[in-house]
Design a protein around this ligand. Structure first.
Ligand SMILES: [Zn+2]
Ligand SMILES: [Zn+2]
Length: 174
C-alpha cells in the first residue's frame, strides 16, 4: 500500500506491520545501507495519523519510507532497533556532563523539567539525509514538548552524548 504525502509527513511512505519494519531495518543494517527511524507521538508535528503512534523507518539509500501504526508507544521495537542504529551502548549510562555544551545542558534541563512535571514530550534525531531535516547536511535534534514551540539544535557530527542522555530520559532510565 502506498500513500501520498500527508501534510504532517513530507515523505511518500508505505504502511506495513511491525514485522515488516524489523525485517527491513535489519536487512538494511546487514547490507550496510543507510537507514534510520523515528517514533512519531500522537501530537507530533510530523504525524501522518494524528492520535496514533507512528513508527517511521526511512531507508534513505533505497529511497523508501515505511510506517507502522500503534495505539501505544512502540517501546519494544524502538529499543530493539536503537542499538543497531546508534551502537550497543546507545542506552548505557555514561559519565554525566562529559563533553556537553551549555546549550545541550540547557536542553536536557528543559526536557527533565517537562518529564518531572508529567508534560508530554518526545524527540527526533534527524540524520543529515533525513526527510524531515531541513538543515543543510547537519545532524538535527528536534524536541517537542507539549504546549511549547519545538526546540532544535544542529550539529556537524552525530551528537551521541546528548542523544544518549535524551534516550535515557525517554525510556525512564535516569
Ligand atoms: Zn515529533
Ligand atoms: Zn528521518
Amino acid at each position: 500500500m502506498c500513500q501520498s504525502c500527508h501534510s504532517g509527513l513530507p515523505l511518500r511512505f508505505e504502511v506495513v506491520d511491525e514485522a515488516g519494519i524489523v525485517a527491513a531495518a535489519t536487512a538494511a543494517h546487514e547490507s550496510g545501507q543507510a537507514w534510520h527511524f523515528h517514533v512519531l507521538a500522537p501530537g507530533c508535528t510530523f504525524s501522518p495519523k494524528p492520535g496514533a503512534y507512528t513508527f517511521l523507518l526511512e531507508l534513505t539509500d533505497a529511497k523508501r519510507a515505511l510506517c507502522a501504526y500503534y495505539d501505544d508507544r512502540p517501546t519494544a521495537v524502538n529499543k530493539q532497533l536503537l542499538p543497531l542504529l546508534h551502537g550497543v551502548d546507545a542506552l548505557a549510562e555514561k559519565k554525566a556532563g562529559a563533553g556537553l555544551s551549555d546549550e545541550d545542558e540547557a536542553l536536557l534541563a528543559t526536557i527533565e523539567a517537562a518529564a518531572k512535571a508529567g508534560t508530554g514530550w518526545h524527540h527526533h534525531m534527524m540524520f543529515p539525509a533525513c526527510g524531515l531535516n531541513t538543515s543543510d547536511g547537519k545532524w538535527r535534534l528536534f524536541v517537542e514538548i507539549a504546549g511549547s514551540e519545538p526546540k532544535l539544535r544542529d550539529y556537524a557530527e552525530e551528537p551521541s552524548l546528548v542523544l544518549n542522555r535524551i534516550e535515557r530520559l525517554y525510556f525512564g532510565l535516569t
